[in-house]
Design a protein. Sequence first.
Length: 445
Amino acid sequence: MQTQTYRQLDRDHHLHPFTDFKALAEEGSRIVTHAEGIYIHDSEGHRILDAMAGLWCVNLGYGREELVEAATAQLRELPYYNNFFKSTHPPAVKLAEALCRLAPPHMNRVFFTGSGSEANDTVLRMVRRYWALEGKSDKQWVIARDNAYHGSTVAGLSLGGMAPMHAQGGPTVPKIAHVRQPYWFGEGRDTSPDAFGRECAAALEAKILELGEENVAAFIAEPVQGAGGAIIPPQSYWPAVKEVLARYDILLVVDEVICGFGRLGEWFGSVHYGLEPDLMPIAKGLSSGYLPIGGVLVGDRIAETLIERGGEFFHGFTYSGHPACAAVALKNLELMQAEGIVERVRDDVGPYLAERWATLAGHPLVGEARSLGLIGALELVDPATGERFAKSLGAGTLCRDICFDHGLVMRSVGDTMIISPPLVITRAEIDELVRLAREALDETA
Ligand code: PLP
């Protein structure tokens, strides 16, 4: 089929996620046809460096035959069976064991879902159920952060702190509150990063006291906020948050949907920051995005109560632990271990990206260039003043489109440009990424 035919059919029948339908109909879609390594190809013959790993997920890169074979073999053997009631199947069991071996030592159970959003729905159910079983059923409030993204289901969007999502129907799940995000460049530059990190933790404490500690069940956050703008918290933030949560016996939910599986140079972002979460939602990099699968890793404290006192947990999805998805995820974890992917991010390509990415900080359009492991951001500023642009200018969107024309996928969140490339990216490919980003910045300026 020709590009124009695809575009027409797409326009006529396909509603894209997170898309202005009318604008897309006017501009026409980009048809991605195939991919290999860290590059995608479109129907017009362009080869584009995918510095977003799809949607932060294709950690092993495109075209891994081993993952295709794992899916195919499992589809032949047992394409579907569920894990409800007393049934299960080998891929789900093997994956559960492999995940718990990689997780922090106090996490020995996993509940499978089909996505990160479903994982966060599961989190909400588990947190409230846990406290009810502990005889503290008033502990229902969950505190999340402004500008957080935790998914698109009703619970996901309610936990999330994305104003435009809330504006379309509102956070509909009751008893969810939001506190400020540790976004130093955007909100804290009148003080030092460390002082700002402590201020954000103090805001969490103030919210707990406002709601009443006896009513607060959990705090949920990503180690590094991804979709909100690759926001790397000041060093002081997580230690201070840990102290606050311990003071009031509030559960910690660390959303590892982006940071899990090597993105920050450890198997989990929690390990990088020395956190001991009670629950960890996971998805994306778990299968390198080859098939959809997510889950919640459950700490022993929660698991023991749910198991010993909970009776039936009335929750689950048709595709919880789907055999083919589980088989692909298992193979993905095996490959990551065999190839030392996590160590490579921590010791080699992560530090190399940091060094190369920092060179962009000297560009007149860039107010800050930050990265950790293989996640990074550029803050675009007005070259005339060195300050952030007025919102309406759309420098980020312009830069994103120019990047694409230069053969680079970077994402924009307002005027923050983001990268989260496949973890298999090489040093030479990082050089290419930085060169393409610089060209795009030159043209945007
Ligand atoms: N949590 C975080 C931190 C995410 O970034 C995302 C997706 O981007 C989700 C949850 C939702 O995952 P999914 O899109 O698989 O439902």
